[in-house]
Write a protein that binds this ligand. Sequence first.
Ligand code: SF4
Length: 498
Amino acid sequence: MSGCPGLFYQTSARDGILSRIRVPGGILTSQQFRVIADLADELGTGYTNITNRANLQIRAIRTEIPAKFLRVLQDIGIASAVPEVDHLRNIMGSPTSGIDLYELIDTRPLISKLDHYITTHPELAPLSPKFSVAFDGGGSVSIGERSNDIALTAVMVDNNVYFRLKLNLGTSLFEPFIDTDILLKPEECVEVVGALAQVYLQHLTLEIGNTIPHRKSRQPRFWEILNNLGIERFLQKVERHLPYPLRRFSVKSSHTQIKEEYRDIGCNVYSKYQHIGVHPQRHKGLSYIGVVVPVGRLNTLQIRGLADIAETYANATLRLTPWQNLLISDIPQQWIPKIQSKIENLGLHWSATNIRSALVACAGNTGCASSATDTKNHALALAQYLDDRVILDQPINIHFTGCEKSCAQHSRSDIALVGFNIEDKGEVVEGYKVCVGDGDSHEKFGRELYGWVSFTELPSLLERMLQIYMAERDASNTSFGEFVNQYVIADLQRLFDK
Ligand code: SF4
């Protein structure tokens, strides 16, 4: 199988066996959440992590998950009935699907239908474990630009909802999708994704044998097949699997009245984290609350506490986000203050301006052999240091990564900290390259501000950077990324070294 973990294909990591639980659309019941806590307690070290695909990861498992546990997970609907396809990537959906004030369509039924299709078609097992699909309903919390092979994003054309079919060509990190100019009716989406998967499948054997010789060690990615075949030829083959032709419609050149996604889904960090805190739902009198989960990690007391809150005051549902936080939905107004205080009692947070709301870290060197640094614990220590020193008024996305692979976050951040070590007088010193914003940089992590800063010096440096940003920005809604993008690096260094 692959290096990607699943529930039935656990992989070894530095801290033990790593298991990943697919949560289609990131939505799970409080009962499912409790069973995951039992699993983490019995087999792991009492922790679980939310991933950047809104999966759950249990790390440091000491022995293979016993068959009886897997059966329980299958019985409650969080493990595939067909283990052969469990390794395929989670289907991504907006965490506010079905409750979003602005969405054009609730994508939850489509996600369930596609999940059912995948988990009942064992012939899809040879697909790359990275084969990935996302549905975006056009609401305020968009996942349309997240990294996926296939993105279906809702659009309103002449008062009818369609999905634009976008395919990832793998050619650009920051603009990965090509819009195919194909519009799908909602009821066509699963059939078309199935046809895309079937064409991909048919070409895998051929590509492995012939045209991608250097890729024999793994299944070619969807975008490799797409590039090899050419998009038009690929889509012609897809049409042969369908009882109807694909509907071509250029959204850009059309004069038809079109309503696209609610908001710009570019690089504005604030918009990425607007799910944190209390927000009204489309259902009158109900709200959801976005809970900050520091570096995506929850202990089992917190999991059970959140399940209690969801059962007592809401609708017993938890919604995991690809930003490694979670939502509790369908809360009557009168329970909001009580829930806020209960979240705080669990050692968690609910404010978007908490320094932890947009703090992201990969597994780090306690769990991953590739990591130079202890990213998760460094991130938590930094947050604790900044707590009393910097009062934010909007989220700042700080991303710690233990190597260039950047598992925890593929998009740019306000501040990226890329771990690497130096040797000083025979001692290994952990530190980070500090990158900021993006400007016109094509660098993966944005522009390099400092080549290396030891972790000991990092908290006071970030305190200074954040305070200068708060004091010197033009307007209170200027994000940190927008602020630093206004300067060349030498000027920024002068500013922050004051
Ligand atoms: S980003 Fe690198 S160090 Fe961090 S978990 Fe991924 S492979 Fe390991």
